[in-house]
Design a protein around this ligand. Structure first.
Ligand code: NAD
Length: 278
């Protein structure tokens, strides 16, 4: 498959994409893939990110509108959902690609967290999914059979020391996805989380020790680390009608990392280290 090939998997669909900041953002890559597959969508990000980012460029490239919204503020989320519905109609898909931890930014150890920051981490990275979906229910903004995807990380199941309170945020995010999935299924609406392997983006590389996590995952995963474009293609399948019976799942998109115990490459590396120490 050539990167520009389209299968028209999303022809006629209308979406809302949160979290495209710059070209490396996973949401940016998802927007390009959705556009390639024939979807129309609205882009949204925090007002400050829109001011400093390059979202205008993506909007022009994909013929999309962008509307600022701080996803921690329910009134702003309601307004966004209502104006999107009024302008473009009800939604067929939503991408939640939002995350940030002030504790990580300030490099605070998990045993010395600032609780105001922790509240912000949870609000931005997890509770925002609840707010978006509650607003969609309140405004009757989702079409029957719509698909919602939230991006997450395996730190919800296993502890990654440098991921600090984002470990907790991802666990909550995945739980909210399951809970809403069970409650929206009567309309055929699916809610899933995609657990992406380490990816070189602003949020990713902002984590202390990211390079080590990236290298380790690359060596442990039989297929290697997935790129943001790989993730985008996977999200397209989940937004499409081909996956209409998949809901309430946490879906690993990680090159096999979550299942592999150890790889030949790591055994070799560790043996080398051992030999050097002798
Ligand atoms: N990069 C990785 O290694 C990796 C791996 C697995 C999962 N993820 C997840 O993918 C998602 C996207 O991250 P990314 O790596 O593309 O980084 P990114 O920094 O490009 O995206 C994060 C986005 O969240 C937005 N955001 C932060 N606070 C907000 C607020 N209050 N209101 C609205 N938007 C806000 C930012 O502006 C940014 O666009 C995140 O949920 C992240 O945890 C990333």
């Amino acid at each position: 498959m050539d990167k520009t090939d389209s299968f028209n998997l999303l022809r006629g669909k209308n979406g809302l994409i949160f979290g495209a900041l710059d070209e490396r953002s996973i949401a940016w890559r998802v927007a390009l893939a959705c556009s390639r597959e024939g979807a129309a969508f609205t882009l949204s990000n925090a007002p400050i990110a829109i001011r400093f980012g390059t979202l205008q460029q993506l909007a022009e490239q994909t013929g999309s509108d962008f509307i600022p919204c701080d996803v921690t503020k329910y009134d702003q989320v309601l307004e966004l959902v209502e104006s999107t519905k009024n302008k473009s109609g009800k939604l067929d898909f939503i991408l939640h690609s939002v995350g940030m931890s002030p504790n990580i930014r300030k490099e605070l150890d998990y045993k010395k967290l600032n609780y105001k920051f922790m509240q912000q981490t949870l609000e931005i990275s997890a509770i925002s999914l609840h707010k978006i979906l509650q607003a969609c229910v309140e405004k009757d903004a989702l079409n029957d059979g719509a698909s919602v995807v939230a991006l997450t990380y395996i730190a919800a199941q296993r502890i990654f020391s440098k991921y600090s309170d984002m470990n907790d945020a991802k666990a909550l995010l995945e739980s909210i996805a399951r809970n809403f999935g069970s409650r929206l299924a009567d309309k055929g609406i699916r809610v899933n989380s995609v657990s992406q392997g380490p990816t070189k983006t602003s949020a990713g590389t902002g984590i202390g020790g990211f390079d080590a996590m990236y290298e380790f995952a690359a060596k442990l995963s039989p297929l290697g680390n997935p790129t943001a474009d790989d993730c985008a293609d996977y999200c397209v399948t989940l937004f499409s009608d081909l996956t209409r019976m998949v809901t309430m799942q946490n879906l690993y998109h990680d090159g096999g990392f979550s299942t592999n115990g150890i790889s030949e490459e790591l055994i070799y590396d560790l043996a080398e280290l051992h030999n050097k120490e002798k």
